[in-house]
Design a protein around this ligand. Sequence first.
Ligand code: SAM
Length: 273
Amino acid sequence: MQGTLYLVATPIGNLRDISYRALDTLRDVDVIACEDTRHSQKLLNHYRISNRTISFHEHNENERGEELLEMLKSGASIAVISDAGTPGINDPGYRLVRIASEIGISVVPIPGPSAVIAALIASGLPTESFFFGGFLPSKKGDRIKRLTEVKDIPATLVFFETPHRISRAIADCIEVLGDRNAVIARELTKIHETFTRGRLSELPFLTNAKGEMVLLIERASNQTAAAASIDDVDTLIEELKKAGFDEKAAIKKAAKQLGIPKSEVYRRTKVKK
Ligand code: SAM
């Protein structure tokens, strides 16, 4: 009998953000493969979990991955956890999962926190479609190239960022993507959790920001909508009415033209009144 590989999501700050199922799994498996055993020990101690731990990180992913596969083949069950959040999301996991699934080992996700989803749902940017790009490259040339590749994706763009690179990344975003609406979500689930919203050009004051952060940027096609001020919407409605549309039809047409919902056009015209 082969063992099972569990991918267990752990908190991204607040230790209480862990599921019963995650705790049960961490207690029941034979081995917990941790990105950093000392870091994860705090979580395990907090929940009085005394299972065996083993390190599994980007620098030993290949050889340790082989060992883990052998253990799985001989029947051991293994939980993979990262320092924070969901394993495999910019954390070790993917290659092991790929090989395990190819050789018929069952892979079971135990879902839970991820900075990507926590940041997105509270950003106020559209959530129905998003593109997660991991960390932007650290070198300017590579970053510009990457941003150019994703520029026209019709989805909210989500990137991980670091405090020492955020202002340079924002400057490049403005250069390549234009001055879009954006959000920086910092220290999610922690005491100093902060959301900074505005145009990209309004965000660089965060040069001295500390802590972990996610950068979210509104998609290209929404910019017309975002840029359309209340006056723009009003002028357009007036023009449409002059052209013979009644109020309802004018709102419908303006919504289509601006690429925003009718309710939003209605809200903006109402605010004006
Ligand atoms: N696997 C993790 C997840 O699912 O959230 C992400 C790991 S990645 C190596 C670490 C990056 O995630 C950080 O540099 C930061 O951009 C983001 N991050 C993690 N925790 C965060 C938090 N509490 N608040 C904001 N961003 C966070």
